[in-house]
Design a protein around this ligand. Structure first.
Ligand code: SAH
Ligand code: SF4
Length: 363
């Protein structure tokens, strides 16, 4: 079985040649896949019926995600989907719309995609990290999440403006499939989104960051730092190395030098753990004159016994960085009432399902 969403345009052309079809069939299929968002090969009306049947009988498919749950925030700006992959594994994808940032009358519409089922990095505050690692996702499963939302937005006369790899999993630990997904999404004959409209977030796999810098891409990179000292960082990111903070800052510099794209450092602010003014001062010293951007993310309490810092602490933390000349933003809270933190919805739903199972078993 091959999902046609897995194939890059050049591979699609080769497939047509291998199947004894004219080369232009590839463009007919690509046009349908990326402008019409069909759910089944039989819906690609641009192709002769006999050829559609041939594709199906040769084991080609489209679509590797099925929607099982859709939740929308009260303001309607955040939509979270629970999607089942073909092996019935549930994963999450989120749409965040920003009405205030309109371009040609369209709201900014950012899709947050997952790249792995679970995650092996084990960050103590992250619901996905606490699930453990199940499996890597295939490129077509990553692209499938984007297509699912593209179809939803298309029905509303809107379109996707940005894609962030910030859902479940560590994208750079699934390097080749993540890269293929980026190529499919940015290829002018594929989904065709601009490279600068994609951001990959990583917990900081240094060799993979260096590799990504060599791919000749203009995508944005966000590195999840979370602490100005490696000792503290290791308590939050157990798989981090003993000198992870310095290594990551160097890796960020190299990425910038190679690509010209400034790196964002993400910093999950956790009450009483990494949110004090002293720690903010240390972070300011570390990142001063580095030219990077810091994105503070007040914790969305999900896993473990960790709390969200007070508003005052967040403002104070931001002020200290700002006064040191560090470009800093606080992530706009979106959809907290619908379990918007990564991995949280799946965990909530599976827990409810397990509770229900227990009730049924008890009766
Ligand atoms: N594995 C990658 C990408 C997915 S997580 C990474 O860690 O960067 C995307 C971002 O969400 C990371 O910065 C992560 O630290 C943050 N995050 C995870 N759980 C969170 C939570 N409960 N509250 C706030 N941010 C969280
Ligand atoms: Fe994995 Fe990122 Fe969650 Fe850490 S924060 S466990 S790297 S998904």
């Amino acid at each position: 079985m091959t999902d046609l969403y897995r194939l890059l345009p050049e591979e699609m052309e080769q497939l047509m040649i291998d199947l004894g079809e004219p080369r232009y069939r590839a463009d007919q299929i690509l046009y349908a896949l990326y402008y019409k968002f069909p759910k089944h090969i039989s819906e690609i009306k641009q192709l002769p019926k006999i050829f559609r049947e041939k594709l199906i009988s040769e084991g080609f498919t489209i679509g590797s995600t099925t929607e099982t749950l859709r939740v929308t925030s009260d303001d309607g700006d955040t939509t979270k989907l629970l999607l089942n992959l073909n092996d019935d594994t549930p994963i999450e994808s989120v749409l965040m719309q920003y009405q205030s940032k309109k371009l040609f009358g369209h709201p900014r519409s950012t899709i947050c995609v997952s790249t792995q089922v679970g995650c092996a990095m084990g960050c103590v505050f992250c619901a996905t990290g606490q699930m453990g690692f199940e499996r890597n996702m295939k490129a077509e499963e990553i692209v499938g999440q984007v297509i699912h939302f593209a179809r939803i937005l298309n029905d509303r006369g809107q379109h996707i403006t940005n894609i962030v790899f910030m859902g479940m999993g560590e994208p750079l630990a699934n390097y080749s499939e993540t890269l293929r997904a980026i190529q499919l999404l940015t290829h002018p004959r594929g989904f065709g989104i601009g490279q600068r409209h994609i951001t990959v977030s990583t917990i900081g796999l240094v060799s993979a960051i260096d590799k990504l810098a060599e791919e000749n891409l203009q995508i944005g990179l966000a590195i999840s730092l979370h602490a100005p000292e490696s000792n503290l960082r290791k308590t939050l990111v157990p798989t981090a190395s003993n000198d992870s903070v310095e290594e990551l800052i160097d890796a960020g510099k190299r990425y910038f030098l190679k690509t010209g794209r400034r790196v964002t450092f993400e910093y999950a602010l956790i009450e009483g753990i990494n949110d004090s003014p002293e720690i903010a001062e240390k972070l300011a010293i570390l990142l001063k004159d580095n030219g990077s951007h810091v994105n503070l993310i007040p914790l969305n309490p999900t896993a473990g016994d960790f709390g969200r810092p007070s508003r005052n602490n967040v403002i104070e933390f931001e002020r200290i960085l700002y006064n040191s000349g560090i470009n800093c933003t606080v992530r706009v809270e979106k959809g907290t009432e619908i379990s918007a933190a990564c991995g949280q919805l799946r965990t909530d739903v599976l827990n409810k399902y397990n509770d229900k199972k227990n009730i049924i078993q008890e009766q």
